[in-house]
Design a protein around this ligand. Structure first.
Ligand SMILES: *Cc1c(COP(=O)(O)O)cnc(C)c1O
Length: 235
C-alpha cells in the first residue's frame, strides 16, 4: 500500500476507535514517527496529510531540519534525550514528549531560559515499571508536575508512555492506567499556568486501544511507512 493509503487508513481507524467510545476524532492527533525515513519520505508524508512529525534522534532531526523537510508540519521530539543534546532540541521543536527525569526537565528549563522562550514538554511515564525503559514511575508524576510550576521556561502539558510491547490487547490495561494518572493530575493541577491536554500513547500495534482509552496523540511509524531497517544502537 502507498503512504497516502496508509495515512488515510490510520486516520480512519483512529476516528472509528474514537467514535466507538463517544470521543470526537478531532481530539486525536496522528504523529508520524519518522525515524530512519528520508527527507523526501518526510515531505511526502506531510503532503499526504501528516500534520506532526515525531523524531527520535537528535542527529536525524537536525539533518531533516537543515533540509527543511518538516516544512508545513509540527515537530515533536519523542526519543531518549541526553542532557548534553538538550541544546540541539530546545526551541527547535513544538513539544518534547520524552522528558524522563527531573534532571532532564531542569536542563530543558536552563536552556529555554537562555533562549528566552517557553518549551512545551510531556513527562514520560514508565508505566510498565520496566528496568530497561526510561521514564518516571507513576508515583513520581505529581511531584514533577508541582516542580514544573517553579520553572518559568517549561510548560508541562501532559504525559507520554511506551508500555511493554504486548499482543493486540496486551497494553490496554496500561493505557487505562495512564488515562487515570492523566485525569488525576489534571484535577490536582487546576491552578496550573497551562492546560494539561496531551496524553501521548499508542504505536502501530496498539493505537486503536490507546484511542479507546483516551490518547490525544498517537505515534505511528511502521503502520504508515512499512517496516524499518534495523537501527544502529548509537544515539
Ligand atoms: C518508533 C517509535 C514509535 C512508532 O513505532 P511503530 O511501532 O513503528 O509505530 C512511536 N513512539 C516512539 C517513541 C518511537 O520511538
Amino acid at each position: 500500500m502507498s503512504l497516502e493509503e496508509n495515512i488515510r487508513k490510520a486516520k480512519e481507524a483512529i476516528a472509528a476507535a474514537a467514535r466507538e467510545v463517544g470521543r470526537d476524532p478531532a481530539e486525536i492527533t496522528l504523529v508520524a514517527a519518522t525515524k530512519t525515513q528520508s527527507d523526501d519520505t518526510v515531505r511526502a508524508a506531510i503532503a499526504a496529510g501528516i500534520t506532526v512529525c515525531g523524531e527520535n534522534r537528535v542527529q536525524e532531526m537536525t539533518a531533516h531540519l537543515d533540509a527543511d523537510a518538516y516544512a508545513g508540519a509540527g515537530l515533536h521530539f519523542i526519543g531518549h534525550l541526553q542532557t548534553n543534546k538538550v541544546r540541539q532540541v530546545v526551541g527547535r521543536v513544538d513539544l518534547i514528549e520524552s522528558v524522563s527525569s527531573e534532571h532532564l526537565l531542569l536542563a530543558i528549563e536552563k536552556e529555554a531560559a537562555k533562549l528566552n522562550l517557553v518549551q512545551d514538554v510531556l513527562l514520560e511515564v514508565n508505566i510498565g515499571g520496566e528496568e530497561t525503559k526510561s521514564g518516571v514511575l507513576p508515583d513520581q508524576v505529581e511531584t514533577l508536575f508541582f516542580r514544573s510550576l517553579e520553572l518559568p521556561h517549561v510548560r508541562l502539558r501532559g504525559l507520554m508512555a511506551i508500555p511493554p510491547v504486548a499482543g493486540a490487547d496486551g497494553n490496554r490495561a496500561f493505557f487505562h492506567e495512564m488515562y487515570e494518572i492523566f485525569v488525576d493530575i489534571k484535577q490536582k493541577m487546576t491552578d496550573n499556568k497551562t492546560d494539561i491536554d496531551c496524553l501521548s500513547m499508542g504505536m502501530s500495534g496498539d493505537y486503536e486501544n490507546a484511542v479507546r482509552e483516551g490518547a490525544t496523540l498517537v505515534r505511528l511509524g511502521t503502520a504508515l511507512f512499512g517496516p524499518r531497517p534495523p537501527m544502529p544502537r548509537t544515539m
